[in-house]
Design a protein around this ligand. Sequence first.
Ligand SMILES: NC(=O)c1ccc[n+]([C@@H]2O[C@H](COP(=O)([O-])OP(=O)(O)OC[C@H]3O[C@@H](n4cnc5c(N)ncnc54)[C@H](O)[C@@H]3O)[C@@H](O)[C@H]2O)c1
Length: 381
Amino acid sequence: MARRTIGIALNGVTGRMGYRQHLVRSLLAIRDQGGLPLRDGTRLWPEPVLVGRSETKLREIADRHGLTDWTTDLTAALARPEVEVYFDSQVTAQREKALRAAIDAGKHIYTEKPIAEDLATAVDLARLADAAGIKHGVVQDKLFLPGLRKLARLVEGGFFGRILSVRGEFGYWVFEGDWQAAQRPSWNYRAADGGGITVDMFPHWHYVLEQIFGSVKAVTAHVTTHIDRRWDEAGEGYDATADDAAYGIFEIEGGIVAQINSSWAVRVYRDELVEFQVDGTEGSAVAGLRECRVQHRATTPKPVWNPDLPATEDFRAQWQVVPDNEEFDNGFKAQWELFLRHVAEGAPYTWDLWAGARGVQLAELGLKSAREGRRIEIPEL
Ligand SMILES: NC(=O)c1ccc[n+]([C@@H]2O[C@H](COP(=O)([O-])OP(=O)(O)OC[C@H]3O[C@@H](n4cnc5c(N)ncnc54)[C@H](O)[C@@H]3O)[C@@H](O)[C@H]2O)c1
């Protein structure tokens, strides 16, 4: 079968997301399955060019996976004609400069979220990319997770009747780093380095809400830094200047109210690290990363409030598991495949830099809402 190679410069590949999700679980997994089958029968073969700051780390990753193409010179990588796509999973603060260079070089771009640190930059990048006539995309991985795919399927099938509200709970305890090492990179906890849970998570909540329920019309947020002292990768203490918890209310078209708590200072008493409960007139659902459970109007119990009596019902047992009914691949890989098809054969693709900019806008307005202590309506971009 004919094979077409597509060069992809991967910048930030030594990081958590770049290495595990994008290189190993997505691009190398696509190679392991023999490439990506296209409509015309050819197989698209991703050829990663690893880009980063540390020769040692790049060489080590290349060796581990039988790759040979790596460089610390982004400009040189972007000058190569066989490199058609630039992918960015660097720390957020480094993204803008690299995306601009890639757009200038005429490469298609695919990037981690948030696409920029502020809305003005995000919009500028989207405009530049459109003007350059390149194809562009932003990672919106949560949409491709089994739990959320099943939730979207319920919405599409009309299961809920009129949807009333969405309650999201995201978070876990991120260790401070003194007693036990922190399980997230320290830049996330320093505002000056692009950290903060609002800029990290509101872009995710934006596309989840927009794509599954409808456009987000207003935000009210309370944002705080619960843990203000942390210890970095080298064991050095630092002041945590970025927010580590964001409590948001999002008003969605059609009167749906979504409340989502995001926190790195919460201990998990849930089935999954993120869960959304959706209540509608005809039924309710609780979706996590993998699972989704429902309760229909007809099987809804009628609890009566009486604090004098112990709870007699096992409320959790009254929900039904939504079956998979299809095979779910890794969410990052599933989205890579769609983006690569978009580049290689013009397949439709909706998650572009404008979608990324709307996510940045929600984070920016959420922070403004918190600063000013008020509800903020979200203008259309
Ligand atoms: N889609 C998701 O679910 C998801 C999850 C986590 C993070 N992210 C995003 O992915 C990006 C990377 O996050 P991560 O958790 O992989 O971070 P990380 O710290 O593990 O990796 C950061 C990468 O950026 C590189 N880098 C370039 N310039 C740097 C500099 N000046 N300082 C530090 N590192 C620099 C590092 O070498 C490394 O390769 C962020 O933009 C983050 O918002 C997305």
